[in-house]
Each structure stands twice: as structure tokens, then as C-alpha cells.
Write a protein that binds this ligand. Structure first.
Ligand code: DP6
Length: 348
């Protein structure tokens, strides 16, 4: 029997970052994180399940626009995750996965968060085993290895783990409709990041800044949650900018060090500061990559976008904002038409 399901899941931008894993196998973070779920930066994933199939096939739509067999470095984590989902459901069979992102992959815009959230939801639906609630969806999505995927199963403003500290749970601090914040992403480099977040998590405790940051986090988490509740952009912005710089401080002082920034990152950070001096409430945050997320209220987003898009080091901007979370669609990604695209690739 063949069953097909398609989900669209958004990426998210972390206000308080997950950086450092206490238990890499179970994907348990050293610290809680808070993020804003996006609405335009999304992954779409169609999963077909064949209960009598024997081999998974993974297709990815790359920057050229063609949906072709994924490179082993992309396909392997997907296959590992499908194995876990099969085990959970006590089933065999095989999957055909077709996936695409609406934004550059692996450049600090959490493509694995949206990708694994969409894959998890679509595969479980195809297995007729949809998660009972957001906690279950979150827990299964993050077992892919992408901790940030734990947050992408919910819309609005999301904390993982919640104040109980249970990493199997996720909490929506506020719905998207509570506060229409925008995220103008200044793309200063579209290429895949040189050092994975996974390596960053492993190296984080080697930084002399690691423990001091953990000590500062309880207060930062409270301030961010409070600022979201009160829709206070100055209070939020001050914390998220400090937090982002601190995360990169940890990365740059890890052994061996990790430098995600480039000249465009700095130029964008300076511009965000200069916009603030002109009275525009905009604040920067940066995930594990060089691209800068400029967070601001809806009314100043056009001015922020114009200023960042005009910078010589900014290749383009993505205009995004808070969104409602994943959803199912009947518009499936279709199989590639050309036969050479479905020829199996020799194992590396
Ligand atoms: C800096 O292990 O979730 O974005 O799976 O590669 O997206 P990927 O990363 P993950 O670590 C995320 C690190 C971060 C901060 C965050 O999103 O909390």
C-alpha cells in the first residue's frame, strides 16, 4: 500500500540560543532557548510510504531549481531519521522523500529545523501515526539531531525546554497574533556554513565564555519572555543582541575556534546600530552562520529592509516575520520527470 503526505514547516530564529548539548544522542541542550517561528522561510516535504518497499529515496530541490537525488551528506541524516520513525512505529517499508526550502540551505537560517519538522510530520502522517500533541511532535522532530527543530513544530514565540526543564516538552509563550514582529534577513553569504552546529555544540564547553554565559541565561530568558508578553521591542532587542554576540563570542573562543562572521556580518551589525541612532527600533541576532537577522516591529520593516538591501556586502534580503507554524497541504511535490534523476547513486 502507498500513502502520501505533504507538510510545510517554518524555520525559526532563536532569541536565546541553544548552544551546547548535554547529551548528544538524546539531543538534550545545556540551556533552554526561545525563538520566533517564521512564516516565509519554510521547508516543504512530501513523503510517500510504501509498506512493501525496501529502499528509501531522498530528493532535494537545489538552488538550480531541479528536484534531484540528494547528496549523501544530505540524504544520510534523513535516512537515519526515517529509521527512527520506522522503529517507533514498529514497521518496515520504505519512503520516497521530496523536499525543498524557500531559502538558502545551511547558512544560519535553520534549514534543518524546518526541514526535519516538515519531514517528521509528513512521514508520521504517511505512516498513519500522527503525533498526539506538540510535545510529541517536538520530541520526535529533534531526535533527527536538530535541536532547533523541537521549536519549529509550534507557531509564534516558543521556548524549549519549558521552565520545567523537560527536554521532551515545548512551550508556546505567545501566538503569532500576539505581536507582529518582523525579521529582515541580510544574506551576506548563501553558501553552506563551514562548521556544523553539531560541531559547535560539541566544542562550546571548551570556551572560557561557556559557563559565564550559562550563568547569565536565566535572567536573559526571563527578560525575553517578559518583553514578548509586554510587546517591548527595546527590552527584547537589548537582550537578543547581547545574547547573539555572546553566542559568537563562545564560538570564536572555542577550541578550535569557529568564526561564522564575514565582513558583511559586521557591516550589517554597524548599520543596525546606525538605524537605531536614527530612532528606528531594530536589533540584530545571528545564528550559526554569517547572515544577520534584523528584528523589528512591522511599521519600520520597509525602512530596515531598504537600508540593509542597499549595503554593498548584502547580496539580498529575505523579508520574514512571525508565523503560525506547520501545516499540511494537498499540493504535493511531484516526482522528477527525467529518468536519469531517479537512477540510484552508487554508495560513497
Ligand atoms: C545557533 O543543532 O538545532 O541556531 O540543526 O544545524 O539547525 P541545526 O542546528 P541545531 O542548533 C541550533 C543552533 C543555533 C541556535 C538555535 O537555533 O537555538
Amino acid at each position: 500500500m502507498q500513502v502520501r503526505a505533504t507538510f510545510i514547516a517554518p524555520s525559526n530564529i532563536a532569541f536565546i540560543k541553544y548552544w551546547g548539548t548535554k547529551d548528544a544522542d538524546r539531543v538534550v541542550p545545556h540551556n533552554p532557548s526561545i525563538s520566533m517561528t517564521l512564516r516565509n522561510c519554510v521547508s516543504k516535504c512530501t513523503v510517500s510510504y510504501d509498506s512493501s518497499g525496501t529502499a528509501d529515496q531522498i530528493f532535494f530541490r537545489d538552488q538550480t531549481g531541479s528536484l534531484s537525488r540528494a547528496e549523501p551528506s544530505f540524504a544520510r541524516p534523513v535516512e537515519r531519521h526515517l529509521d527512527q520513525l520506522r522503529r517507533r512505529c514498529g514497521t518496515g517499508g520504505s519512503f520516497v522523500v521530496r523536499t525543498e526550502n524557500s531559502f538558502p540551505t545551511g547558512a544560519g537560517i535553520a534549514s534543518s529545523a524546518s526541514g526535519f519538522a516538515a519531514l517528521t510530520l509528513a512521514a508520521l502522517k504517511a505512516l498513519d501515526s500522527s503525533p498526539k500533541n506538540a510535545n510529541e511532535a517536538s520530541s520526535l522532530a529533534r531526535r533527527s539531531g536538530s535541536g532547533s527543530a523541537a521549536r519549529s513544530v509550534l507557531g509564534g514565540y516558543v521556548r524549549w525546554p519549558p521552565s520545567s526543564g523537560d527536554p521532551e516538552r515545548v512551550e508556546q509563550l505567545a501566538k503569532a497574533s500576539h505581536w507582529d514582529l518582523r525579521d529582515v534577513v541580510a544574506i551576506v553569504d548563501e553558501s553552506h556554513k563551514g562548521v556544523s552546529s553539531r560541531a559547535g555544540h560539541e566544542r562550546a564547553p571548551t570556551s572560557p565564555r561557556f559557563s559565564p554565559r550559562l550563568k547569565d541565561l536565566p535572567e536573559r530568558l526571563t527578560r525575553v519572555a517578559d518583553a514578548i508578553r509586554k510587546r517591548d521591542i527595546e527590552k527584547l532587542g537589548e537582550v537578543i543582541e547581547t545574547e547573539a554576540i555572546d553566542l559568537h563570542h563562545v564560538a570564536m573562543s572555542s577550541r578550535p575556534p569557529i568564526y561564522y562572521w564575514n565582513a558583511g556580518t559586521l557591516e550589517t551589525l554597524w548599520t543596525v546600530r546606525s538605524l537605531r541612532r536614527q530612532g528606528i527600533p531594530v536589533y540584530a541576532t545571528i545564528d550559526a552562520g554569517p547572515n544577520v537577522h534584523a528584528i523589528c516591529p512591522a511599521e519600520v520593516e520597509p525602512a530596515v529592509n531598504d537600508a540593509l538591501a542597499a549595503l554593498p556586502t548584502v547580496r539580498r534580503t529575505l523579508r520574514d516575520g512571525v508565523g503560525d507554524g506547520p501545516y499540511e497541504t494537498s499540493e504535493h511535490l511531484e516526482a522528477p520527470e527525467s529518468p536519469e534523476l531517479i537512477e540510484p547513486v552508487e554508495p560513497a
